[in-house]
Design a protein around this ligand. Structure first.
Ligand code: GDP
Length: 443
């Protein structure tokens, strides 16, 4: 899967930090050493890596982070933000001409996926109710024209061609003319690629560009080629002045070096990412989403935000202390449950936590919402004394509680037995929240 290698390595590094209640300057340095190696191994440009690490360190080695209740999380958050900014901060939309048609010129080396991406882009525009015209200006690669025509048919989009004997500049010019006549609001020009960058190719592309004055010059690069893709992008950009980059084959790119360096090196945004051979496997590129994906966070970030707004730090610290000392009672349990509840439906919270999905399925924990509702009812039927000292719960008390909560004695018994497990689970929660779990025994 995309970025799997990098993702796994980074998750290992941060897994170590996440559970820590205190993070020292050395912890951060050590983690950053590992992040640096992971990025280099992912084929990220070394200058980019150096800059990146420096920025993260600068922000992470600060009083506020160290003192924070969840230092590990804060550091992951910093890394996430820097990764996002590295890839361009925000999503960069396609330029649009206020005098249609908007002209998009596609460029790239042979095999990068240019023709395929041209079809995908047409499909993408079509879905937004646009009427694109494709122009087949790659007269050199055998079958490129045919390939574009087949793609066009597949998505019911016209393809303009003058065969492979005409001049590409002429093809582009006449195609544009036809688009105007037929009221196509977008044209996408599939230009020729080469195996390597050469002067003839660049001159031809410059001529086309000069003639059709495109609103977008998109370079298609194969992300699996890592830094080579970045070098190609830099050369093209110097000669042709790109407006953006499309990364292809992200589905097969386990490293992620191209995605992470291309914006920093060329200054040009990644506008789209292609993740498969199918015609709809093209997505607008969102740096923030890509960053969380790389960090394997799922919705971890929104969870962090929720935790930060909903968990009372003082209370949580007190709770932690009690749990460590095994003073944790049903009263605390209720309170803890409320805090967790404040964050949203339990199911969702569990899903957002890496590793928790598995736990959710563990039968003996039974942490589904309904079950918890029952548990809550049982606990609420206890007297204050019972909540504090569950060991006094004899048979008659259990019977009374079962009646009061609309459950059975069996349910009550089960809960009491599960209470120890629940304690462990809550401890796990607080560990995942970056609480002081490390001081207690790992659940
Ligand atoms: P061009 O020479 O740049 O026009 O390259 P093509 O569009 O012909 O694509 C070259 C090969 O890469 C084809 O086999 C495509 O199916 C494949 N390809 C293109 N984009 C992707 C992608 O995002 N993922 C995968 N897995 N394959 C892709």
């Amino acid at each position: 899967a995309a970025f799997e290698g990098l993702s796994n390595r980074l998750q290992n590094v941060f897994g170590k930090l996440k559970g820590k209640g205190k993070v020292s300057e050395n912890d951060v340095k050590e983690a950053m050493r590992e992040v640096r190696l992971a990025l280099l191994e992912a084929d990220v440009n070394f200058k980019v890596v150096k800059d990146f690490i420096n920025k993260v360190k600068e922000k992470a080695i600060g009083q506020e982070v160290m003192k924070s209740f969840t230092p590990g999380m804060v550091i992951i958050d910093i890394v996430n933000k820097e990764l996002t900014s590295l890839m361009g901060e925000t999503h960069s939309k396609l330029n649009k001409s206020n005098k249609p048609p908007t002209v998009i010129m596609m460029a790239g080396l042979q095999g990068a996926g240019k023709t395929t991406t041209t079809g995908k882009l047409a499909k993408y525009l079509q879905k937004q109710n646009h009427k694109p015209l494709l122009i087949a200006a790659d007269i050199y690669r055998p079958a490129a024209i045919k390939q574009l025509q087949i793609l066009g048919e597949q998505i019911d989009t016209p393809v303009f061609s003058l065969g492979d004997k005409a001049n590409p500049v002429e093809i582009a010019k006449q195609g544009l003319q036809q688009a105007k006549e037929n009221h196509n609001d977008y044209v996408i020009i599939d230009t020729a690629g080469r195996l390597h960058i050469d002067e003839d190719l660049m001159n031809e592309l410059k001529d086309i560009k000069e003639t059709v004055k495109p609103d977008e010059v998109l370079l298609v690069v194969d992300s699996m080629t890592g830094q080579d893709a970045v070098n190609v992008a830099e050369s093209f950009n110097q000669q042709l002045e790109l407006t953006g980059v499309v990364l292809t084959k992200l589905d097969g790119d386990t490293r992620g070096g191209a995605a992470l360096s291309v914006k920093a090196v060329t200054g040009k945004p990644i506008k789209f990412a292609a993740m498969g051979e199918k015609i709809d496997a093209l997505e607008p590129f969102y740096p923030d989403r890509m960053a969380s994906r790389i960090l394997g966070m799922g919705d971890m970030l929104s969870l962090i935000e929720k935790a930060q707004t909903n968990i009372d730090e003082e209370k949580a610290k007190e709770m932690e202390r009690k749990m460590r000392k095994a003073e944790f009672t049903f009263e605390d349990f209720l309170e803890q449950m409320e805090q967790v509840r404040n964050m949203g439906p339990l199911d969702q919270i569990m899903d957002m936590m890496p590793g928790m999905g598995k736990m959710k399925n563990m039968k003996n924990l039974n942490v589904d919402e309904k079950q918890l509702g029952r548990v809550e009812a049982i606990v609420r039927s206890m007297t204050t004394e019972e909540k504090r000292k569950p060991e006094i719960l004899n048979a008659s008390r259990r019977k009374r509680i079962a009646l009061g909560s609309g459950t059975s004695v069996k349910d009550v018994n089960r809960l009491l037995k599960q209470f120890e497990d629940m304690k462990k689970m809550m401890k796990q929660f607080s560990t995942m929240m970056g609480g002081q779990g490390k001081k207690g025994k790992k659940p």
